[in-house]
Design a binder for this molecule. Structure first.
Ligand code: NAD
Length: 258
């Protein structure tokens, strides 16, 4: 069987990096992506030399549509095909709505929502032609429920889940699935600012703040491991998952069960 290829946006760190590792370990070529320079990208690719697959790295700012278009065209030309698109890159900023800087709103909507629309619209003709495609959008529990101070993030993630359902409906008969994974608190650098702010606010250690952050929302009292998200991505690419379509799957320690 021909080796499949996956593009994972934001795979220089955190959940995206874990998804890239798990997909490569499952036998897929991987296009790695991030904001970091090509030297960083080469070092990143070396981490993947242990897998019997090909890897490459492409730098692109996903808030710039022309850079995003180059990412897709370069992925297709470099690997000669693409079967799996993981829209993972995302950013966070917290502030009450009336104090939320408009430029932060625009940036979060661009990276967390609009980028997934653009990568998807560019990949779909290719997926439709080959009669196969897997689109995996890393949304969040904040695509299902809200929290204070996260207007842009919550709006983007709710939007991403809605968008994913439309893509699933439009392409279900073409061998293409589109699903969201909705993590709770995952152990990645994205949480650093929030943990630091809580440690200052509560005058406690970083470890204590991490624990307090988690148990405030999750019944499961620990951070979710990035590999758990990667393993779900691998499963969504399997034949057994061909009828899982338009779903928003929580991996959130029962956060959204409340
Ligand atoms: P992270 O900060 O570790 O990684 C973010 C990635 O996105 C990096 O590779 C970075 O280069 C990339 N990125 C950021 N801005 C970009 C831009 N303008 N253009 C291109 N790439 C850009 O974060 P993470 O925690 O691994 O988050 C990954 C995804 O998971 C995000 O969509 C996030 O919303 C989601 N998520 C995270 C958590 C969590 O607790 N960490 C929970 C739920 C959902």
């Amino acid at each position: 069987m021909q080796t499949r290829t996956a593009l994972v946006t934001g795979s220089s760190s955190g959940i995206g990096l874990a998804c890239a590792h798990r997909l490569a370990a499952s036998g897929m070529n991987v296009m790695l992506h991030g904001l970091e320079d090509e030297i960083f990208g080469q070092q990143l690719c070396e981490q993947f030399a242990k897998y019997p697959v090909s890897c490459a790295y492409h730098r692109a700012d996903l808030s710039d549509v022309s850079q995003l278009e180059s990412l897709i065209s370069n992925t297709l030309s470099h690997f000669g095909g693409l079967e799996v698109l993981v829209n993972n890159a995302g950013i966070q900023y917290t502030a009450p709505t009336e104090q939320f800087p408009p430029e932060k709103w625009d940036q979060i909507i661009a990276v967390n929502l609009s980028a997934a629309f653009h990568t998807t619209r560019l990949c779909l003709p290719h997926f439709q032609q080959q009669g196969f495609g897997r689109i995996i959008n890393i949304a969040s529990v904040h695509g299902l429920v809200a929290s204070v101070d996260k207007a842009a993030y919550v709006a983007a993630k709710h939007g991403l889940i809605g968008f994913t359902k439309v893509v699933a409906l439009e392409n279900a008969a073409a061998g293409i699935t589109a699903n969201c994974i909705c993590p709770g608190w995952v152990d990645t650098p994205l949480l650093n600012d929030q943990i630091t702010a809580l440690a200052v606010q509560n005058n406690c250690s970083t470890e204590q703040a991490k624990h307090d952050l988690v148990v405030d929302k999750q019944a499961y009292p620990d951070l979710v491991k990035p590999d758990a998200i990667g393993d779900m991505a691998v499963f969504l690419c399997s034949d057994s998952a061909c009828a899982i379509n338009g779903a928003a799957m929580p991996i959130d320690g029962a956060w959204s069960a409340q």
